[in-house]
Design a protein around this ligand. Structure first.
Ligand SMILES: Cc1ncc(COP(=O)(O)O)c(C=O)c1O
Length: 346
């Protein structure tokens, strides 16, 4: 099979041999009946990593986020979200369609909330109000960036939320990237949030699943919500087993991914008229723009594809590249050379 250097996302990874072996050997049971020991092991490990009382294995980050909203906010209540957040932009309208909440989207430059603005927007109980019942934050802050949100900002949001008796849900799809980049344990990042979702399928490179964590009552409710939306698992230990390998073995890979993103970003930034702002590379995501070049983004990406390189279009002028497990340092130099050659020929 032809090998592509696929930089569209860190979700394109193949499971490691250790993950495949773990799937093969997994001890399984009926998870809806609470009898799958491998699923339970993954949940207990995840609760420990996030410093929460309990955790729930779910199919995807989207499912984890939406179950959190369904469990914490009632129909017609207001949920504060970042305007660039995944939960608001990229979950197929689930906040409205499934969770039936009203959203209030606030600007989050680099993933950072303006606490004063948030305070002004919190809605109290009142006959005409859609009471604010949940605040959602995201770290790393994605929408094609992967910014690490400063812990002080997360804690300031949590403090304000606490004063107003509002829970905070953290979309930590890439929280391990944030932890590695900021040299802060996951537990420290999640200390003050009420609930957290993290993905097993992104930088951690597992083939399936995400985790939702919180206190025991929340997880009991979340488990029931998961069942309601058809997310009940049977012998899901086969799917949880590579997740356990991911948690045990994959964090050091993220450090490599971040180093690779710096090499790639700096290499691309030296190419004449290609715009790559290296100060925006916090973790494993690089964005670039061809706006100053006489080539359309579609044409640029097509030329790359002909050279067996895949990148993702993110606007009419810009693209993103994401480093991940399976990308080697020599691949980065091949990509930098290919982009340079395409631009030289213009
Ligand atoms: C920040 C963030 N949250 C949630 C998700 C959703 O995860 P999933 O694709 O597993 O539904 C993603 C996926 O890319 C994401 O980047």
């Amino acid at each position: 099979m032809k090998r592509f250097i696929d930089l569209r996302s860190d979700t394109v990874t193949q499971p490691s041999q250790e993950m495949r072996d773990a799937m093969h050997k997994a001890v399984v049971g009926d998870d809806i009946m609470g009898e799958d020991p491998t699923v339970r092991k993954l949940e207990i490990m995840s609760a420990d990593i996030t410093g929460k009382e309990d955790a729930l294995f779910v199919t995807s980050g989207t499912m984890g986020n939406q179950i959190a909203v369904m469990a914490l906010a009632n129909r017609g209540e207001e949920v504060i979200v970042g305007d660039t957040s995944h939960i608001y932009n990229l979950e197929a309208g689930a906040l409205a369609a499934l969770s039936q909440v009203q959203t209030r989207a606030i600007e989050v430059p680099n993933g950072v909330y303006d606490i004063r603005k948030m305070e002004e927007l919190i809605q109290a109980d009142g006959i005409q109000n859609a009471r604010t019942s949940l605040i959602c934050i995201e770290n790393t802050n994605n929408l094609n960036a992967g910014f690490v949100v400063p812990l002080e900002n997360i804690n300031a949001v949590c403090e304000l939320a606490k004063e107003n008796n509002i829970p905070v849900h953290l979309d930590g799809a890439r929280i391990f990237n944030a932890a590695v980049a900021s040299k802060t344990p996951v537990k420290e990042i999640t200390r003050n949030v009420d609930t957290v979702m993290f993905a097993l399928t992104k930088g951690l490179a597992a083939p399936f699943g995400a985790i939702l964590a919180g206190n025991k009552d929340f997880i009991a409710k979340a488990r029931w919500m998961k069942q309601r939306i058809g997310g009940g698992f049977r012998q899901a230990g086969f799917l949880a087993a590579p997740g356990i390998v991911a948690l045990n073995a994959m964090s050091p890979q993220l450090e490599v991914d971040h180093k690779h993103a710096q090499i790639l970003g700096h290499g691309l930034s030296k190419i004449n008229k290609l715009k790559v702002d290296t100060s925006r590379i916090h973790t494993n995501i690089i964005t670039g723009s061809v706006e100053d070049l006489p080539i359309t983004i579609d044409n640029f990406l097509e030329k790359l594809l002909h050279m067996s390189i895949k990148a993702k279009k993110i606007s009419n002028k810009s693209f993103r590249m994401v480093t991940h497990y399976g990308i080697e340092e020599r691949d980065l130099h091949e990509v930098i050379k290919a982009v340079g050659d395409i631009i030289d020929e213009l």
